[in-house]
Design a protein around this ligand. Structure first.
Ligand SMILES: O=P(O)(O)OC[C@H]1O[C@](O)(COP(=O)(O)O)[C@@H](O)[C@@H]1O
Ligand SMILES: [Mg+2]
Ligand SMILES: [Mg+2]
Length: 326
């Protein structure tokens, strides 16, 4: 039985960080239970609220956010949190050396149809000059993804699975629901470099820029076309589910910019979607880019900033980037 804490200690992960990860997992265990019981306990459906990004909040978005926020801020390991469902950062009163940014429930549109959802988290260090207790500001969260000390997601599917990196590769842990512990089930995840599988919401095709139009058109031409092979397509409408499949068997996932809305061209959020997924994918040997730049090198400019995302199997992402650089 490879339990989480001893495995992380073996990897040399510091004790406070292990305790913080365990706190996130305690909240996720609760979320997993509530997602599974949602239909029975009447928490399916939307609220009357919108978050700062103009999205209608589901009851489970709010519940998951509250669970994570309360447990993290009371843990003593987290100075402040940022969340998709919080307009501004929230600072705790119990000290700690870490900042956590999270998407409490990813794939919200899947909630009401009993399909995949997940929680995504990114752990950053408190900047040196704030370790003395000087109040944390939004600026302190605006660190490039390269600064993440750990990142991961918990996927609520037929099994509840954690994908975790602390910068030494990616491991999967599965929640053993009989004992309530996360047990290591796969280690050193490696994304195959080549693939015949792609994930994009093709209903938006008319909104993509020319390089993405060309890249997907050539894929769809299959064996007879310039790519010389037939591809398969998947779209889970939950980034956690799509990235999990890519970690398991390779593929390319992209959510490109939409040219029809210059005010809001991108969908995925940098701090709590693109960066943590970027760290996981890179740690598993894949590539992650905006089309112009490695996502992990971006200097964030605002808390809920959105970016274009291309990630997955190294060779396929490179081919996609070639279309952008022609
Ligand atoms: O509506 P679409 O285009 O299918 O978008 C799906 C994408 O939106 C997201 O659901 C956004 O996440 P939230 O549910 O946390 O807002 C991603 O997980 C997913 O990749
Ligand atoms: Mg999300
Ligand atoms: Mg969400």
């Amino acid at each position: 039985m490879k339990r989480l804490a001893p495995e992380l200690r073996k990897d040399g992960v510091e004790l406070d960080l292990i305790s913080l990860i365990r706190t996130i997992l305690a909240a996720c265990k609760d979320i997993s239970f509530r997602v599974g019981q949602a239909d029975l306990s009447g928490v399916l459906g939307s609220t009357l609220n919108e978050n700062i990004q103009g999205e209608t909040q589901k009851k489970l978005d709010i519940l998951s956010n509250q669970l994570l926020k309360d447990m993290l801020l009371e843990s003593g390991f987290v100075r402040a949190i940022a969340s998709e469902e919080e307009d501004y950062i929230v600072e705790g009163e119990h000290g700690g050396r870490f900042l956590v940014a999270f998407d409490p429930l990813d794939g919200s549109s899947n909630i009401d149809v009993n399909s995949l959802t997940g929680t995504i988290f990114s752990i950053l260090p408190v900047p040196e000059d704030k370790l003395d207790g000087t109040p944390i500001t939004e600026q302190d969260f605006l660190q490039p993804g390269r600064n993440q000390v750990a990142a991961g997601y918990v996927m609520y599917g037929p099994s509840t699975i954690l994908a975790l990196t602390t910068g030494k590769g990616v491991d999967f842990y599965t929640l053993d629901k009989t004992h309530g512990s996360f047990l290591k089930t796969r280690d050193n995840i490696a994304i195959p470099e080549e693939t015949k599988e792609f994930a994009i919401n093709s209903s938006n095709q008319h909104k993509w820029d020319i390089p993405m139009q060309r890249y997907i058109r050539d894929i769809l031409d299959g064996k007879a076309g310039i790519r010389g092979k037939n591809f398969n397509m998947r779209w889970i409408a939950c980034m956690v589910g799509d990235v999990h499949r890519i970690l398991c068997r390779g593929g390319i996932f992209t959510y490109p910019a939409h040219t029809d809305n210059p005010e809001k061209p991108n969908k995925l959020r940098l701090l709590y979607e693109a960066n943590p997924m970027g760290m996981l994918v890179e740690q598993a040997g894949g590539l992650v880019s905006t089309g112009e730049q490695n996502i992990l090198d971006l200097q964030p400019t605002e808390l809920h900033e959105r970016v274009p995302v291309i990630l997955g199997s190294k060779q396929e992402v490179k081919i996609c980037l070639d279309y952008h650089n022609q």
